[in-house]
Design a protein around this ligand. Structure first.
Ligand code: HEM
Length: 211
């Protein structure tokens, strides 16, 4: 983690990760956050219950759903049906280590404010496979580089482009640019009756003119 201290591409110095801290996206910015959120009142001042991954795996249905996030078990049975991302993604991870999917879909705010209410205990036998460790390091590096940060300049440019397109389309329609109102150039369209009909030249009247 110490190696994560570096200058980002936009020149902002990112704080080095400290033990027990991790980079997470918060309000569109990469910030250092405690790995574990605060303890709920009911568990304050007591040693956390120790649980094994096999015990968590026994709770893997919609009626009884536990998940593991950052080596802690959470009983989210009472929340699963109200989950804003739907039941499916949660049920898919029920009874399993959901640390990485959870980090993918939620900002630090969800970890900080919502998770504590569901804490059950500490999972003592989590094994982190090397490829998972690599993935987590990569994610931290990307957070450090600010790659998950919201770029408001992008949205400002997009807005300017949309507004200029809108103004151009209105100006073309009312004839402010392009010489004439749209309906004047569409005599057979819905406003055709409002426009003076041009004389219809048929081959026989053309012949009469030539004569
Ligand atoms: C197995 C674990 C979970 C998975 C796979 C999961 C997945 C998702 C997905 C796919 C979304 C929609 C994201 C989007 O539309 O951008 C979402 C949104 C959300 N989830 Fe979860 N979720 C999980 C657990 C939780 C837990 C435990 C909580 C809270 C205790 C939670 C709270 C929320 C909230 C508040 C949102 C709305 C978006 C937001 O405010 O960031 N989720 N989740």
């Amino acid at each position: 983690m110490a190696s994560l201290r570096r200058r980002r591409t936009d020149g902002v110095e990112q704080p080095a990760a400290k033990p027990g801290m991790i980079l997470r996206e918060d309000n569109g910015v990469s910030t250092l956050q405690p790995v574990h959120p605060r303890l709920p009142k009911r568990l304050e001042g007591k040693p956390l219950p120790k649980i094994t991954a096999a015990q968590v795996a026994e709770h893997s249905t919609v009626e009884d759903c536990w998940i593991i996030i950052d080596e802690r078990a959470y009983d989210i049975t009472s929340f699963i049906l109200a989950h804003p991302g739907g039941v499916g993604p949660v049920l898919n991870m029920a009874g399993k280590d959901a640390s990485d999917v959870f980090a993918n879909y939620h900002s630090a705010r969800v970890t900080r404010t919502m998770l504590p209410a569901y804490l059950v205990g500490e999972v003592t036998d989590i094994v982190v496979e090397p490829h998972v460790a690599d993935f987590r390091n990569l994610r931290q590096e990307m957070l450090c580089e600010g790659l998950f940060e919201t770029n408001y300049v992008f949205y400002a440019k997009l807005c300017t482009w949309m507004v200029s397109l809108f103004i151009c389309s209105v100006a073309l329609s009312i004839g402010a640019i392009g010489g004439g109102a749209m309906w004047a150039r569409l005599p057979d369209g819905p406003f055709g009756r409002l426009v003076e009909k041009r004389p219809q030249y048929t081959p026989c009247c053309l012949q009469r003119c030539r004569a």
